[in-house]
Design a protein around this ligand. Structure first.
Ligand SMILES: [Zn+2]
Length: 213
């Protein structure tokens, strides 16, 4: 099964959500996972979405959105923290492959967020490069604290919003593409238990809940 390629951010978002709904319902189609699709996409790729999510093993991108080969350009780091290589990867997909949608995917019980909350609570910082992850999550946790948000879901949502804002603030070409209506940046919060993805923030998705100027 091959879908028509979505042209607009809204079409891409609808296509992505429909796959998540199949996954939640336990009725996946497993589209684009056969030998024909492999052959079709070998010469070139045209993914309809960038999936920038947490590395958590339970957020397997093509599974939870019921997609296949050539559909998603996937970038994942612990706690979806974004440094230069992440920003460059997203910019590559959006500008070279003309991808009409960028998803930021966070989730409940995120270990990176929990580690950051623990580090802030006891004043200690983790060793090695885990420290870099915690340092990049810290502004979100502090922002949540300043806003009086204390629940896990609320803090996760704040981190997702902050990540969407960071992509827009740091990447000029991404902001330009969003302003031109060529792509959207959408933050989703994933629930591990039921597999659903809830919209918490969006830029460039007309009419969406959480849309921000
Ligand atoms: Zn996580």
């Amino acid at each position: 099964m091959t879908d028509a390629l979505p042209q607009s951010p809204s079409e891409a978002f609808e296509l992505l959500l429909s796959g998540n709904q199949r996954f939640v319902a336990g009725t996946p189609d497993h589209p684009n996972q056969d030998a024909a699709r492999r052959a079709e996409t070998a010469p070139s790729q045209a993914p309809f979405a960038v999936l920038f999510g947490c590395s958590d093993s339970r957020l397997a991108a093509e599974i939870i959105f019921d997609r296949g080969l050539g559909d998603l350009f996937v970038v994942r780091t612990a706690g979806h923290v974004a440094g230069p290589e992440v920003l460059g990867s997203i910019e590559y997909s959006v500008t070279v492959l003309n991808t009409p949608l960028v998803i930021v995917l966070g989730h409940d019980s995120c270990g990176a967020v929990a580690a950051t909350r623990a580090a802030l609570a006891d004043g200690g910082t983790p060793g090695g490069f885990v420290r870099d992850v915690v340092e990049r999550v810290t502004p979100s946790v502090l922002s949540a604290r300043a806003a009086g948000l204390t629940g896990d879901d609320d803090i996760i949502a704040e981190h997702i919003r902050q990540t969407v804002d960071l992509l827009m603030d740091r990447s000029r070409v991404l902001a330009e593409r969003v302003a031109a209506g060529q792509t959207a940046v959408v933050g989703l919060s994933y629930r591990l238990a039921d597999g659903s993805a809830r919209l918490v923030s969006s830029r460039g998705l007309p009419g969406a809940e959480g849309e921000k100027g």
